[in-house]
Design a protein. Structure first.
Length: 196
């Protein structure tokens, strides 16, 4: 079975007919590292299904400092969702961190399909639920976990994170400094040696 269909079926049983409708409005693209798919101040109209690679969403402060809000791995939906729904300029930047393969879809086309096909509307609602659950999990991590546990949770989700992106990107996502992240890594290595 097509892996993209398998992924969509993880939200809701999707028929071949529904999948065919979705593929007709999707454009397959190969993106290089460092490409921006949504920028602050611009009203977006695209949503992406990430097939391979890694992306991030970040907020830039007035002094140019970047704060990573989210990382996206394969078989994630990526887009400035609040800006898309409200038809307002994005406050976040969405950027590819590695080479990425994506399916790009017009948000307007998705909404139009939702109006004419209850199955696509149900799928869209399930995906929104999933996005909200992920958002809430992230907020709870920041509030209830210390930096070490946040790092270990991230490593569990993305085991190769340390090889994929620079340390400062990871530190920003964890809301700590690169120096603090180095200390956490050293402490974990010491604990692993001690436990052997």
């Amino acid at each position: 079975m097509n892996p993209n269909l398998v992924f969509l079926n993880s939200f809701l049983d999707v028929s071949e007919e529904t999948f065919s409708k979705l593929t007709r409005i999707a454009v397959y693209k190969k993106l290089n590292a460092g490409e921006l798919i949504a920028k602050p101040g611009e009203v977006p109209n695209k949503i992406y299904m990430l097939v391979s690679g890694m992306m991030r969403a970040y907020l830039s402060s007035e002094n140019g400092k970047e704060f990573n809000k989210n990382f996206f791995m394969p078989f994630s939906f990526v887009g400035a969702l609040t800006a898309l729904i409200q038809k307002q300029p994005s406050k976040l930047t969405y950027e590819t961190l590695t080479k990425c393969n994506v399916y790009e879809v017009s948000f307007t086309d998705i909404i139009d399909l939702c109006k004419e096909d209850i199955n696509i509307s149900n799928l869209y609602n399930r995906i929104l639920e999933h996005v909200y659950i992920r958002y809430e999990e992230r907020q709870l991590e920041l509030i209830s976990m210390d930096a070490k546990d946040r790092y270990l949770t991230l490593k569990k989700k993305i085991p190769t994170i340390d090889e994929l992106i620079p340390q400062y990107q990871i530190a920003s996502y964890l809301s700590i400094t690169p120096v603090q992240l180095s200390r956490i890594r050293r402490r974990i290595k010491k604990e692993e040696k001690r436990d052997k």
